[in-house]
Design a protein around this ligand. Structure first.
Ligand code: HEM
Length: 330
């Protein structure tokens, strides 16, 4: 008997979830702290919920912090370390924030279970909770724990894609870390929430590829609107929503894909995602509601397994801002 299209798509999503949930997580597992700190997830959730109720921008901040920490040299909280030349001083990390929330969570966790829970796990749990809160409870996922904190943090070791890079160059960076092209499209769905600064799009508005014109790929109405917010030579550097759907720019949902398909992507890489032969079909599938929320969660779990440190290569810090070995910031 022929299977209905809906049954086939449900099966495909199920298999995709199954394969990503069976992705090798090495030492990571659900309930890693069951014996040593059984309430850790509850403590993290409580602090995060309180903070989010006062400041919802913590959601995009933390999602970006998680990506920048994990992608560069593994999810090891090396981005949290303070120091004149530490990872957070590298140019792509200068507008990353959310550090104070991690400090607050760490203090609460340490009160209950001293010296047990890593800062890297706190980032992963806090991000998971913030994705859930910013999706109105629709994007809840389980995330395995058991990461250790890195002992090396250096601005020189930061490797992140830039917003003007091509899809293939960006994908090369993802592929080198064992992510698929679909993982990349899903993770860039993180731009469903949060902001960028005018400085990142001035060339698209005023001098695209040195043409002294705006980027012809951008919806001309959007160009007009953005020019008002980002005037030339104003000295201001305003924030622009990455998801241009006004009713969902602060919500984790699939509307970002619809926007980029309508030529309303803000960063060049977002715009390219919708038109490049490697990614456009996947973008269309997510724009059409191909279970983005569940799959975004799985992609975040996979991101959270990249480059994790273990007992021999990492440690459990007491403060997330300084490691036990004073020489860890190179
Ligand atoms: C792959 C290439 C990527 C590039 C080139 C890129 C670039 C950028 C840039 C330029 C900004 C604006 C920064 C600012 O103006 O201060 C930004 C913001 C953001 N990015 Fe990405 N990003 C990428 C991937 C990702 C991924 C994979 C995620 C999530 C998993 C993510 C999550 C975010 C979030 C949530 C924001 C908003 C932050 C806020 O509102 O404070 N990005 N990104």
């Amino acid at each position: 008997m022929a299977m209905k299209n809906s049954t086939i798509s449900a099966l495909i999503v199920f298999l995709a979830l199954l394969s990503s949930s069976h992705f090798s997580y090495g030492q990571l597992r659900l309930g890693f702290y069951n014996e040593t700190c059984p309430n850790v997830e509850q403590i993290v959730s409580q602090v995060v919920q309180d903070a989010f109720s006062k400041n919802s921008t913590l959601a995009p901040l933390m999602i970006r912090l998680y990506f920048h920490d994990c992608f560069s040299n593994g999810c090891d909280a090396s981005l949290l370390l303070d120091g004149r030349t530490s990872e957070k001083t590298a140019p792509p990390n200068l507008s990353v924030d959310g550090y104070a929330l991690i400090d607050t969570v760490k203090t609460a966790v340490e009160k209950n279970c001293t010296g047990v829970v890593s800062c890297a796990d706190i980032i992963a749990l806090a991000t998971r909770d913030l994705v859930n809160l910013a999706s109105g409870g629709k994007a809840r996922y389980e995330i395995p724990t058991g990461r250790f904190d890195g002992r090396v943090s250096s601005a020189l070791l930061v490797k992140l894609p830039g917003p003007e890079m091509s899809v293939s160059a960006t994908f090369k960076m993802f592929e080198d870390r064992n992510f698929t092209i679909t993982d990349m499209v899903l993770l860039l769905g993180g731009h469903t929430i949060g902001v960028t600064h005018c400085s990142f799009i001035m060339d698209r508005l005023y001098n695209f590829n040195n043409t002294k014109n705006s980027d012809p790929a951008m919806d001309p109405n959007l160009v007009k609107e953005l020019k008002k917010d980002c005037p030339q030579n104003s000295g201001e550097n305003k924030r622009i929503n990455l998801d241009q759907n006004v009713s969902s720019s602060n919500i984790v949902d699939a509307s970002f894909y619809k926007q980029i398909k309508s030529r309303r992507g803000i960063l060049k890489i977002d715009d390219l995602l919708a038109t490049d032969a490697m990614t456009k079909q996947t973008v269309t599938d997510f724009a059409n509601g191909n279970d983005f929320l569940a799959r975004f969660g799985q992609a975040m779990v996979k991101l959270g397994a990249f480059g994790v440190k273990d007992k021999s290569t990492g440690e459990i810090r007491t403060s997330c801002r300084s490691c036990k070995n004073l020489l860890c910031v190179a």
